[in-house]
Design a protein. Sequence first.
Length: 85
Amino acid sequence: MASTVYQRDDIVVRLMDCRAPLDSAASSILGVSGPLKAPVLGRLIETSGCGELRTEREITRFIAHADMRMITDRPAPATTPAPAS
């Protein structure tokens, strides 16, 4: 798994690239393994009706609900090498 965090003003987005099925280790994907981490995260974020993130099933449902869809696919423009000095 790899992740990138974006922040703008008071909005924070964590983009996760997961190669394993979500239900294999959902709490590890979110980084909330342990009895207290998931409930604390559940109080800090909007879970969109997915529960309080207390069980692996609620965490899996939250991740599936938060799935992002690609809006556009714009590759970076080709760069030309700088002239040698």
